[in-house]
Design a binder for this molecule. Structure first.
Ligand code: 5GP
Ligand code: ZN
Length: 139
């Protein structure tokens, strides 16, 4: 998706309205239009990057501290008991908007279900070792 017709770029340019929670020179934080829970917000880098593979390290380095500050604020102001940080890359991972974004999702011990978990798979020991050989990095 190009920046011209990217929905989050349009929000950042002010062409589409959004409820803005926070803004600085690098990021805009908005309320999700279809929230999983009360207070679900999205961290958007102001520049367009499709996904994590395109994200420069200097921008990435600022994103987690911002997520942590937002999480603390949501916890203080909304009284949630937990927070999920979720970041989807690619259709296979459930990314629907191809402008990198980080979900900050408050969680409440109120018995209401929110689908931000996954079911577990089983691999035998030999396969786990093969996977480890493939992905292990030194340094
Ligand atoms: P993804 O599935 O790509 O990780 O998440 C996209 C998120 O963007 C969804 O949670 C969806 O509700 C949210 N979203 C999509 N379009 C808009 C919009 O126009 N405004 C806002 N505020 N959120 C949007
Ligand atoms: Zn964009």
């Amino acid at each position: 998706m190009s920046e011209d017709n990217c929905i989050f770029c349009k929000i950042i340019r002010g062409e589409i309205p959004a409820r803005t929670v926070f803004e600085d020179e690098d990021f805009k934080v908005i309320m999700d239009a279809s929230p999983a829970t009360k207070g679900h917000v999205l961290i958007l880098p102001k520049r367009h990057y499709d996904d994590l593979f395109a994200l420069p390290e200097d921008v990435a380095a600022k994103a987690l501290p911002l997520a942590a500050r937002l999480a603390a604020r949501l916890k203080e102001k909304l009284g949630c008991q937990g927070i999920n940080i979720v970041q989807n890359n690619g259709e296979a991972a459930g990314q629907t908007v191809r402008h990198l974004h980080i979900h900050v999702i408050p969680r409440y011990e109120d018995g209401r279900k929110a689908d931000v978990t996954w079911s577990h798979s089983t691999f035998d020991e030999a396969e786990l070792d093969r996977i480890l050989d493939t992905i292990r990095q030194n340094g």
